[in-house]
Design a protein around this ligand. Structure first.
Ligand SMILES: C[S@@+](CC[C@H](N)C(=O)[O-])C[C@H]1O[C@@H](n2cnc3c(N)ncnc32)[C@H](O)[C@@H]1O
Length: 212
């Protein structure tokens, strides 16, 4: 399938509860926890969670830093995130419509002083060229020194060798998912001037830490 932002948004509008309750999905959770940990959040940090979904990680992160802005293309996920944040009484969280490839389409995020960025299990929905565009825009709006952490499906080994493991990492085999190789992501971030470290959690998933 070809990437279609509206179709992806529709897909996630219909999956808000399913994603929140993914009990079967150990790798999704493990990647999210490792990615959050790798941010090494400090009380003064301002975090952008790109592809925040229903705010699972954004809400956890809000306990450890000054402010969190979550963006997503799924309005229903954003609504759910806002409800959860207000139920928990957080006043340092904001959820806005925005995509990874056009983060500033609806709101100017450059004024927030963002110095940390998380992109967890969302980048793989974009084809490679749009991933590069998105990473360039995200890196461009981040204050220096800054850190971007990507937790995602990423191929450390050839996916053909591991097709029996697609389900373990939640890869749909190419319908709406376009994961890249780990090398592609690393090079894209290095080209932007980042110092990159990688943590492999599975032959098809891991966490990438990019310091700018
Ligand atoms: C599997 S969920 C992960 C949500 C969250 N990051 C987490 O770890 O719980 C993927 C999210 O990425 C969002 N997404 C997909 N493509 C996107 C894009 N181009 N820009 C922003 N968000 C996107 C979806 O709407 C969905 O909410």
């Amino acid at each position: 399938m070809i990437y279609n932002k509206e179709k992806v948004a529709e897909l996630f509008d219909g999956k808000v509860e399913h994603i929140e309750n993914r009990p079967d999905d150990a790798m999704f959770k493990q990647v999210g926890s490792k990615a959050l940990e790798a941010l090494e959040l400090e009380p003064q940090d301002i975090l952008l969670d790109a592809g925040t979904g229903a705010g699972r990680n954004a809400i956890k992160a809000a306990l450890s830093c000054s402010r969190v802005i979550g963006i997503d293309i799924s309005h229903k996920s954003l609504d759910r995130a806002r409800i959860k944040a207000s139920e928990k009484g957080f006043d340092n969280l904001k959820f806005l419509y925005g995509s990874i490839e056009e983060p500033n389409e609806d709101a100017d995020l450059t004024s927030y002083g963002i110095n940390k960025i998380l992109v967890n299990y969302a980048l793989h929905h974009l084809p490679d060229e749009l991933k590069k565009q998105g990473l360039t825009k995200l890196a461009g709006m981040m204050k220096r020194p800054g850190r971007m952490v990507i937790g995602d499906i990423m191929f450390f080994e050839s996916p053909e060798k591991h097709d029996s493991k697609f389900e373990e990492v939640g890869y749909d085999g190419g319908e709406h998912d376009f994961p890249s190789s780990m090398e592609f992501l690393r090079e894209a971030l290095e080209e932007l001037g980042a110092n990159v470290r990688v943590e492999r959690l599975h032959p098809l998933a891991g966490v990438m830490i990019a310091d700018f």
